[in-house]
Unconditional design. Structure first.
Length: 406
């Protein structure tokens, strides 16, 4: 076949230098070897898979665009406009070439646009290579975040010092809201977790730790897990087989363990001798980890820690979390708990590791769901779950370390 020119964008002349994705697609179309693209449905996973298919040439920017969860088709003046323009000017152009042009166009988007769709653009340990959101070098509303953080922190300190049992009620409400946020987001992605047994049973898992301890938590967890399985099995009636039963049930049990089960260790920690001071110690250390990672990441962050999951977390931020938390552990364990300072070191290192993993776990979940925050209840932070992501595993590790070593 002879040489065929690529259609120009509306009002613009063709650039001399085309993206690799467009050239590959045009060559493939010219030889008749271009693979017919698959239709794209509305899910984030399918859109990411389609972008990967369109970028089969393997160049890095396209892979990064797919990994970031950026929905190119959602840009009002982006991919859809280019597709319409290309179709209007030259209907004979192959679909593979048009889709590759869309993917190449996503590469040309400014860095600020990519950061705007990044689930971790507001988190701690920020890497400064990406353009920050207006008004904050870390990509979030810092005044609102500080105001909410200080308000919640002072309230919880007052509760723990003067009415410690009220803390159980406060955390119970937070667990219920967080479970609802996650279940809502999952169902928006067509993951039909059984919300009623998940929320009600999650409350049982959390609250039964108060009168019955660990055995109450274990029993409630097992009962709720079985209820979720049966509920999902018959939620469409006796005459209709459930769709995606294994996937939905597995994710429901994951959510049950992720939120209510891990949160129940805060109750178990509170029931220990000087439990209010132990809970206060664990909360102070989680704040030290967040603050240390935020400050070090903003000031010095240059080396991404896990760019495929959270591009904004840096090794410098992780180091800042480690330094702040170990110092906080030495002080709180010595002054509040009057125990060996080395327990504070062990607790500090352990909490930094699990708090960072908690952040990364939620980051990956939000990336797969194509969202930035689980909710909008807390200005500058997102939802309740966006605040509990690092605290939940930290509650378990705090209970384990302090119950064992004190």
């Amino acid at each position: 076949m002879g040489h065929r020119s690529t259609p120009a964008r509306a009002g613009d002349e063709r650039n001399d230098e085309l993206s690799d994705g467009t050239i590959v697609a045009e060559n493939a179309a010219a030889t008749g070897a271009a693979e017919e693209p698959r239709p794209v449905n509305g899910t984030a996973e399918a859109r990411q898979e389609h972008v990967r298919d369109a970028g089969a040439s393997g160049h890095e920017p396209l892979a990064s665009a797919a990994a970031s969860g950026h929905d190119a088709s959602a840009d009002g003046d982006g991919s859809a406009a280019r597709l319409d323009g290309a179709a209007g000017q030259q209907p004979q152009t192959s679909e593979a070439s048009v889709w590759a042009s869309n993917a190449a166009g996503a590469e040309e988007a400014p860095a600020a646009s990519a950061a705007e769709h990044d689930p971790e653009a507001h988190g701690p340990n920020a890497v400064l290579a990406a353009a920050p959101a207006p008004g904050s070098r870390a990509g979030r509303n810092l005044p609102a975040a500080l105001a909410v953080g200080f308000g919640l922190g002072l309230s919880l300190i007052a509760i723990l010092l003067f009415v410690p049992k009220v803390f159980i009620g406060v955390v119970g409400v937070a667990v219920g809201v967080a479970t609802w946020e996650v279940a809502k987001r999952l169902r928006e992605a067509d993951v039909l977790v059984p919300r009623i047994p998940l929320i009600v049973g999650g409350q049982a898992v959390f609250w039964l730790g108060w009168p019955y301890g660990a055995s109450g938590v274990a029993g409630a967890f097992a009962g709720t897990a079985l209820t979720c399985m049966v509920w999902r099995l018959f939620d469409h009636g006796l005459q209709t087989a459930p769709r995606n039963f294994l996937r939905d049930t597995a994710i429901a049990l994951f959510t049950l363990a992720w939120i209510p089960l891990l949160a129940s260790f805060a109750t178990l920690l509170l029931l220990e001798p000087d439990g209010n001071l132990r809970v206060l110690t664990f909360m102070i250390l989680v704040v030290c980890s967040d603050v240390g990672g935020y400050v070090a990441g903003v000031l010095f962050g240059r080396h991404p820690m896990v760019p495929s999951i959270s591009p904004k977390k840096s090794w410098e931020g992780f180091g800042g979390s480690l330094v702040f938390t170990v110092i906080g552990g030495l002080l709180t364990v010595t002054l509040l708990l009057e125990a060996n300072s080395m327990i504070g070191v062990v607790l500090g290192v352990g909490l930094v590791l699990v708090a960072t993993c908690g952040d990364l776990i939620e980051s990956q979940i939000k990336r797969e769901l194509g969202i930035k925050d689980m909710g909008t209840l807390l200005p500058g932070h997102g939802g309740i779950m966006d605040r509990l992501d690092s605290m939940l595993p930290s509650a378990f590790v705090s209970w384990l370390v302090l119950s064992t070593l004190l």
